[in-house]
Design a protein. Structure first.
Length: 475
């Protein structure tokens, strides 16, 4: 009877995998309008021609201008490895996981990059993106199953957040690789609906291995079903495996990543309005027709400088024009310095120093010693760091967001954009402006778009983090 059950399980697994590999799977896309790069998987035996595709982006048609296999592109993949370090995984199984990860590293190409995140009671980024195989192996070797909880969903959110990073030195393709039983028992648990929401809006494919162990329970089956649905929605794949099959499971996922196609699309009518647009793809070879789609956010094109020649000159620019451009820039910089000096003197005459509550009486006069900066306190009233107060001195403007370059870094909320909002001083008044963030900026529950004046006690909402404003200037 035991052998019969095992045979049925293998047959079911083989059937489910065949269904996975025989469909059209849109992986992810990157827009640099009017050009869109789209990665997808199709049945292995398919011979692809541009005429076989019918593609729309929102209400606009898009034309396929080039098709390349992933290997033909010469590009790499930025991998995000998520590792469960909870004690629910036995020591022997944990060593098998680490061994399988090392095998994955051996199969990575020269252009590939890897980052490592562990999740248990806490979620921690063990290693940022790197191409250094020794550093990745050492980070894997240092892992140990020590935690009593499994924060799977928070780990996935952190992986999605890391996968959204737009660095020029990173490959455009991203992939989250995770092995789990699909169960999240963390006391700081994040709802699985939040992971589905983030995965739907930010297309970072999840390649998951559903790790099974005896005895089976309904909660384990449900955990694997959730993991499978997350993988499918994100553009990735799910494989179910036991401990003895881990190496094969990792190889199968790695093949699904490398056996992808990149389509180059031309969409002349598409507009970078920062909104989500449904990209629908239908492929037909005359014998079968397959379709898939997902939401793509069309962001404004980033400004990138022209390349330099070997002697440091800007390509395509005559030398005389270059000299004039340098002179004009020098003149503008000088005028800007003079303007900022005058602005600082004017600001010092307008803005009050910050008043500590309970230290100075209500009608007390401010000190004659005025500061050139403008101090603002932001207290977290809702969010991961509830109760924490940030002090921010603003000379002219300050950005808030997840990026390390921001004056106030809020990197614990995955719904906050890299550069989410900007605080600005003008005419002695403090205002806030949304910087085309993904989820918008709200003041006292109202979405704002242009410069919005702030008063003492206003509530500023970025992502899921709500901050109360305390300021020293006129309110």
């Amino acid at each position: 009877m035991r052998h019969v059950c095992l045979l049925l399980l293998l047959l079911w697994t083989g059937w489910s995998r065949a269904g996975e590999t025989g469909d059209l799977r849109l992986i992810q896309a990157q827009a640099d309008l009017p050009v869109i790069a789209l990665w997808l998987n199709l049945p292995a035996a398919a011979l692809l021609e541009p005429e076989q595709f019918s593609i729309s982006v929102g209400a606009n048609p898009a034309k396929v201008t080039a098709i390349d296999t992933f290997r033909q592109t010469g590009e790499g993949v930025a991998y995000i490895f998520l590792v469960d370090i909870s004690k629910s995984i036995k020591s022997r199984q944990f060593e098998q996981i680490k061994s399988a990860l090392r095998g994955w590293l051996d199969g990575m190409g020269e252009q590939d990059r890897g980052a490592l995140i562990s999740f248990g009671r806490e979620v921690k980024q063990q290693l940022d993106f790197t191409g250094d195989r020794d550093a990745l192996n050492n980070a894997i070797d240092s892992l140990a199953a020590t935690d009593m909880e499994t924060g799977l969903y928070r780990g996935l959110l952190e992986g999605i957040s890391l996968g959204r990073r737009q660095n020029q030195d990173l490959p455009a393709r991203r992939a989250i690789v995770v092995l789990s039983d699909g169960i999240d028992d963390s006391l700081k648990g994040v709802a699985v609906d939040e992971v589905f929401k983030q995965s739907q809006e930010y297309r970072v494919p999840i390649y998951s291995i559903g790790f099974t162990s005896q005895p089976f329970s309904e909660s384990k089956r449900e955990g694997l079903r959730v993991l499978s649905r997350l993988s499918r929605q994100s553009g990735g794949y799910f494989v179910q495996a036991e401990s003895a099959q881990l190496n094969d499971a990792y190889q199968q996922l790695q093949q699904s990543i490398t056996q992808a196609y990149r389509l180059r699309l031309d969409c002349p009518d598409c507009r970078a309005d920062g909104q989500l647009h449904r990209i629908n793809v239908t492929w037909s070879d005359g014998q079968q027709t397959l379709s898939d789609g997902f939401d793509l956010r069309l962001l404004p094109k980033s400004t990138v400088g022209k390349p330099l020649t070997a002697d440091g000159k800007i390509t395509g620019m005559p030398e005389q024009l270059l000299i004039l451009a340098v002179a004009a820039i020098a003149l503008m910089v000088g005028m800007l310095l003079i303007y900022r000096q005058r602005l600082a003197r004017a600001r010092a005459a307008i803005l009050e120093p910050i008043i500590e509550p309970g230290v100075v009486e209500k009608n007390a006069q401010p000190s004659k010693q005025l500061t050139a900066g403008y101090e603002v306190r932001l207290t977290v009233v809702a969010g991961m760091r509830k109760g924490k107060t940030y002090g921010l001195r603003i000379a002219e403007r300050a950005t808030l967001g997840r990026a390390a370059s921001c004056e106030l870094v809020l990197d614990d909320d995955v719904e906050i954009s890299g550069q989410h909002a900007m605080l600005r001083i003008a005419d002695g008044k403090l205002s806030v402006r949304d910087l085309n963030s993904t989820n918008g900026t709200l003041v006292n529950g109202v979405p704002i778009h242009n410069d919005y004046p702030l008063r003492r006690g206003d509530l500023l909402l970025l992502g899921r983090t709500e901050l109360r404003i305390e300021l020293a200037g006129p309110a």
